[in-house]
Every structure is written in C-alpha cells, then in structure tokens.
Design a protein around this ligand. Structure first.
Ligand SMILES: *Cc1c(COP(=O)(O)O)cnc(C)c1O
Length: 485
C-alpha cells in the first residue's frame, strides 16, 4: 500500500528514530546555527535578563505525546532558550573564571557523542583509554610538569569531570595512605585533618564533607597580604594537631585562587608536607594553563613536592566543559583507594595488569570519551598557537591593570600575576556595587565581585577565546562612565 501524506497514527509506525540522512541534514543545520550564533554573539546582552521562573513558564506543562519536528525544536531554542542564556562565549564575558570553548573542541565533543562509548574499562573501548593516557602524557612536557606525573613512571594522568572531583580523589587517596587503607574498611574516626588556605576554593570544604573527615577537621590556614598561604602558620597548625592526638593527612595549595588569583608558595609548603609525610595536592584549576608559556612557569615552582595536581582545560584552554586533567605521582595509591571489581566487570585485559582501567581513577564508574576534544584542541592550535592566545590574554589583563593604576578614582585590590585583575573604586562598597549592577544590567559586559579584606572588590578576568583589545578597551571605557554617573 502506498504511504499516505498524512502522518500515520503512532501504533502503525514501525520506527520513530531519526534516519542517518535526516541526522546529516539536521546536523548541518545545527552546525550552521552555532556558527551564526558565534558570529552574532556580541549582539546579545552578556548576562541573561530573565527573571526566575520565566523560562519554565514559556514551556508546555507536559511532554508531547507525539514526536515533533526538528525545525520546531530549533525554533524554540532560538525563541525560548536563547533569552535565558548567559553568554559565556561572548568576548565581553569577564566574570568568574572563563569556561571557554573553540571549534575543534566542539567538533571533538560531537564525535565523542557519535561514538557514544562508555570508557569505564580499557576493554570497553581501548582508544578511549589510550588516547586519554597519551594526551595527558603530552601535556606533561607542554606545561613543564614533573616527570613523575607521566604514565611511563609510577604516576599518570586522567581526565576528571571537574577540579572538585579531582581534589576529592586526591583527598580520598590521602585518607587511605594515612590510615594504611583502614578508612576504606571501617570509615573515619574523626581524627584525620586536612589543610588548605582561607582563600582556597569552596570545593575543598565540600570534599572534606564527602570524604567523611568532617568540616571541623578542615583547617583554613591564614594568608599573607597577597592572599597566599603562610607556610609557618601551616607548620604550627600541623604541630598543634599532632600534639592533640589528631592525624594530619592532606594539604591542598592553590595556584591562582578563585577570589584573587593568589599563588600559594609551593616550595615551603611542599617541604612541610614531605617532612610530615602528608599528601600534597596542588589545585591550579584556571591558572595551570598559563604554564604552557615558559615565562609563567614560575607559578608552579615546587610542584616536584606534589603528590597530585589538577588543572582545567575547560576553563582557559579552549576546551569545552567538562575537562579537568588530574595527575598523581603514585597511581597505585589512587587505584587501591578507588578500585572495586565485581564479577561482571572482570576481563582478561584487566587481569593481565597491562592496561589502565580509568574507572579506578575516579568516583563514577562510567565515563565519556573526553580526550577527543582535548586532542583536537592541542592538534588544531599546536603548542605555539595555545601559547600565543594565553600570552595575549595575560597581556590584555596587564594593560587593563595599568589603566586602573593610572586612574586616581580606582585602585588595584591585589597583585595581578596573570589574567585576573581585582580592583575597586576608592569610594567604598556602595559605589562599587552600583558600578557592577549598572554594567551587568546594560548587557555590554559581565563582571563579578569578591570581598578582599572585607571590602567589595570587582574582578575582571580575561580568558574568553575571542576577547581582543577592543573588548577590553570598551569594558574599561564603560567602567569609567559608570563611575562618573
Ligand atoms: C574553578 C575552580 C575550582 C572548581 O572547578 P570545577 O572544575 O568546577 O570543580 C576549584 N579550584 C579553583 C582554584 C578554581 O578556580
């Protein structure tokens, strides 16, 4: 019987899948849509203007019974979703830390979706594991990291979803190493203590809660006038805890704090950890990318003392979320901490001991093929291309800092070692709040705040893929205008 033009009732239809040909056609449309979005991204207000509940109110109350056309969906993305997007990929995005992306990264991620592999074991897709190991080994000399993080030594690297997960894995391994793997068996007894600075990322506090140490066993060590951890205060606190019968096990130092980009002094902290036999984790979530350029590598001096290290290509290395690179010096400690092997996952490759099963290097079992996007980014740009763009971002931020210094209405609120400038109007919290609110409401740019020494401080971070001098100049002009009015 000939097919009628009218859609057949659902019960008569044999398949509802998108055919490969339709996928091809719609896929081209979506790529076109994204390319057009990038071309016109500066036309949108950077910060979304919707009010709470507005997006949901525009959506149907229940799911459609019958499938809808792809065209209708894409139309709704444009009409309903786009207004609720804050444009992280706008070159006028200077808020938080960046979460940038790039063409090669998006296309690598698309291929990863196409393969749709679940890379929990080497055996479940060998390329997923081996490409990841290989690209993480590439990054060791690219960033000037210690060789002990290479997979060809006792260490190795793995891609985690986020820096929060990486530091949690580090903390769990630290907990087990300190208790000879007894915490895995019996749980924590309230004696283990972890240390970080008062300026560390909030994820460390979350990790301590999840790992069972208890928040009151996290010591927030005082910082100096540049917001960097004071090693003498760390040593004194460890001493005090030992005297109280507690068991210090973990120290997290930060290279580039989220609040002000402070850089903890790794060599003295590392020496204390060595002497006291504490696990030393270094969190360089955004700023680690700067080490692509030899002239910025001094920020990670002392990394030779670290047991583990993490940085996020998904912040500043043109690789879209999620992609955190996590390295350990002794992979055995990590694997022994996280490994559980049920019968249904047993296989010859695992038993041979000659492969990595990355499920043992992370919290979840399952994992996406995230190395593809990172591989594409590194190959597309090359080391020199990446260096070019990182240098440019740092130099734009430094120019911005010099304009702040030269304007007597404003002051720098902290040193600006790389691409984050913390500054404020000298007139107090109220006017600074007004400046932020007006700028963000205008849609011309987006920046966020922090508090340093209990004073409201504006943060200006240059890291979006396409930010150029004209965007930074335009932002400074707008800031000055709002300071006057
Ligand atoms: C952003 C940031 C984190 C958290 O990053 P996620 O990958 O989102 O978990 C941790 N530490 C520092 C220093 C950061 O800047």
């Amino acid at each position: 019987m000939k097919e009628s033009a009218k859609a057949s009732p659902a019960s008569d239809q044999e398949s509802f899948h998108m055919t490969p040909d339709e996928f091809r056609r719609r896929g081209h449309e979506v790529v076109d849509w994204i390319a057009d979005y990038f071309k016109k991204i500066e036309d949108h207000p950077v910060l979304s203007r919707v009010v709470p509940g507005e997006i949901r109110a525009s959506l149907p109350a229940s799911a459609p019974l019958q499938g809808e056309s792809f065209g209708a969906m894409l139309q709704d993305v444009e009409n309903l979703i786009l207004p609720g997007i804050t444009h992280w990929q706008s070159p006028n995005f200077f808020a938080y830390f960046p979460s940038n992306n790039s063409g090669p990264s998006i296309l690598g991620d698309l291929l990863s979706s196409g393969f749709g592999v679940q890379g929990m074991l080497w055996a479940t897709s060998p390329a997923c594991t081996e490409l990841e190991t290989h690209v993480l080994d590439w990054l060791v000399p690219m960033l000037g990291l210690p060789e002990k993080f290479l997979s060809t030594t006792s260490g190795g690297g793995v891609i985690q979803d986020t820096a929060s997960s990486a530091s949690l894995c580090a903390l769990l391994a630290a907990r087990e190493r300190a208790t000879n793997f007894a915490s895995n068996e019996h749980g924590c007894d309230g004696k283990l203590v972890a240390y970080t600075s008062s300026q560390a990322h909030s994820s460390i506090e979350k990790d301590v809660k999840i790992a069972g140490l208890g928040r009151k066993n996290l010591r927030l060590i005082d910082v100096d006038e540049n917001f960097a951890m004071q090693p003498e205060a760390l040593a004194a606190q460890i001493q005090q805890d030992r005297e109280a019968g507690l068991i210090p096990c973990f120290v997290c130092a930060t290279v580039g704090t989220t609040s002000s980009n402070a850089i903890d002094p790794l060599p003295p902290i590392g020496r204390i950890c060595r002497k006291q036999n504490l696990w030393f984790h270094v969190d360089a979530a955004m700023s680690g990318t700067a080490a692509l350029c030899p002239e910025f590598r001094h920020i990670q001096d002392g990394l030779e003392f670290a047991d583990s290290y993490a940085f996020n290509p998904h912040k500043w290395m043109f690789t879209n979320f999620d992609c955190d690179c996590f390295y350990v010096a002794d992979r055995k400690a990590l694997i022994q901490t996280l490994s559980v092997l049920p019968e249904y996952l047993k296989n010859k490759a695992t038993e041979s001991g000659s492969v990595f099963d990355y499920r043992d290097w992370q919290i979840p079992l399952g994992r996406r093929f995230r190395a593809l996007k990172l591989w594409f980014v590194i190959r597309h740009y090359g080391v020199e291309g990446l260096q070019h763009h990182i240098r440019k971002h740092v130099s734009l931020a430094q120019q911005f800092a010099s304009w702040v210094k030269d304007d007597e209405q404003f002051e720098l609120a902290a040193p600006a070692p790389l691409n984050l400038v913390c500054f404020r109007h000298k007139g107090g919290d109220e006017i600074n709040q007004q400046i932020i609110d007006r700028l963000n409401r205008s849609g011309d740019l987006y920046l966020t705040h922090t508090r340093l020494n209990d004073r409201l401080t504006l943060r200006f971070c240059v890291g979006q893929t396409n930010t150029e001098l004209r965007h930074v100049e335009g932002a400074w002009k707008r800031i000055q205008e709002e300071a006057k009015s």
